[in-house]
Design a binder for this molecule. Sequence first.
Ligand SMILES: *Cc1c(COP(=O)(O)O)cnc(C)c1O
Length: 689
Amino acid sequence: MTIREKLAALAANLWWSWNPEVLDLFRRLNPSAFDTSDNNPLAALEEADPALLDDKKFGRDVDTAYEAFQEYLNSSPRYADAPRVSYFCMEYGLHESLPLYAGGLGILAGDHCKAASDIGLPFTAIGFFLREGYFSQHFDGSGWQQAEYPVIDPRRHPLTLVRAQNGAPLIITVHLGRQPLYLIAWRLQVGRTTLYLLDTDFGANPGELRFLTRRLYQGGGIARIQQEIALGIGGLRLLRALGVETDVYHMNEGHCAFLTLELLRERLGVGHTLEVAEDWVREHTIFTTHTPVMAGHDRFDPRLFTEQMAAFREQLGFDERHLLSYGRVNPDDMTESFTMTVLGLKMSRQANGVSSLNGEVARRQWHHLYPSRPVDEVPIGSITNGVHLPTWTAPLARAFFDQRLGNWLERRDEAAFWQQLDKVSDKDLWQYRSTLRKTFVDYVNEIAPRQTLPQTARLDSDALTIGFARRFAPYKRATLIFRDLERLARLFEAEGRPLQIIFAGKAHPDNYDGSRLIQQIYEFGKHPALEGRVLILENYNVAVARMLISGSDVWLNNPRPPMEASGTSGQKVTVHGGLNLSILDGWWPEGYDGQNGWAIGEAEADPNRGELDAVEAQDAADAASLYHVLENEVLSAFYERGDDGLPHRWIAHMRAAMTTLPHAFSATRMVSDYVEQMYCVDCYAEAGA
Ligand SMILES: *Cc1c(COP(=O)(O)O)cnc(C)c1O
């Protein structure tokens, strides 16, 4: 193979997205094409410097990368005879150049695909080709968010149109009511995982339907149910057309749960009785729920559902009421909506929440579906989310672990590997943290003046640096730390204890309250004590996230409990020696051990507490706790220096975090848990015990 052919093969697989040395090769091909395309290898390859392609040294580097790639593709699987999994999710966050996601759910699904590939699981994923998936964020002079939707051009990305035997694009048909909707699909290779992206945006569909797969979570109920018909029913039909064999269907969130009705239709079609068909569907599907917020579960008006499912229902031979019953808690209640989560729960053999606490919340949330059982016997378990460490670990950190602890990529899931940090001196660990912080601070100081938001960065590379980045949904309480502005100002003004906080995140463009929260942070940041040290980084995406999670000393997370299903951003900081300062919500009650970070608020979130009556009181108490911990524990540990100038107490916290958290909250651990506890319970009964 020529060098160009090897580069083309590398560019065609998103394996590069977690191999920075491979991305670096592409960057060398044409740095400006690479940088201006959000680090897109294909863009750099198209405009490659021809001299470099003939360069011997460069050629050897390409050979090395290509060999590593082949070795990865051929590495032995963690499980022999693992079940074949088809995974359905509405969004996938894989790399900044291909934003097919809106938030944490998508990032999680992307990490799931990558980790499934790492452990060699036979895994196929289904989603949407969201051409306008993720808006890019700018601001007007008042700090008000502006959304722009850049359009993804498939020719600029490693996307292959799926074709039928005769070479024509493969077309899948579903019905919206009685109207046909046509779907094509794009193939995206993510290591050993194949991701198929459904697409309605082509000439066979009328204008309003072409838009269905362009953006996520649009408008009202009609577009939403139509999207979900396309994903669940269309996705399964695509798998059938491709001949992808599947032992277990994983529904990640309720959006795709119509796939169970399509499975049911297939079984009835081969002559099963209703009872046998339903059992078969349950036997082959599992369901993951993510949302403690009741309003976050899709539910459709019974008339809308009946209208949109008309042709499908007739094929099934069901009456309206019977079809509705699959998504109703009480099938006799003719006013009850059709709820996708109810469908997912009723038609799967197992269901789970995404952290232990979230599982508990979900059991209470859906207890009314199982009235004869005590709440702890509601059949919803939990598997705690994790992050794909190769994607989220900064190159500098990877090199540090390789040098100090041995092959980190191979051994990252072993507790014993991380325990070797005992061998690393306080001085070296501090040097590690300081370099990561300085890299981040330099980055912020450099890009802040180029952003649309008028801010002057005055960051100090030795100052305690707090990061906060997430979707600006009100329950995440992004402005909690400003609740007592004078108290916060005193912390900023304390002599010899400089402090800086970097925010990032997007608000849903239709959400006024979310946009207002960002604007408020911008306004608070003008307080004389805070100015230049409270900054907002624009356009939070995977690339910005990588900088924030590797550079921050402290990762702040203060949602209103128990609304955070898991949260994963705090898991990304741990390999970098970043410390979580978080409400005991989501994953943190499982991670926090008293030494490896800090808890805000008194006790663990009470899963009994729904929407709080006493929101104000809760916010006041949590803010008071936050200030207290920040002043007396966080700042004091960071600025308490020994005779050697090192913050030994801080370094002990770092060591604890790096030793206890990365392997426990990694996506390969998560996917292994899914294999052993959900995908194939019988196969791995011993392993799970
Ligand atoms: C990790 C990540 C998220 C999810 O983080 P949360 O803790 O759930 O808020 C969202 N967006 C991006 C870009 C991320 O990298």
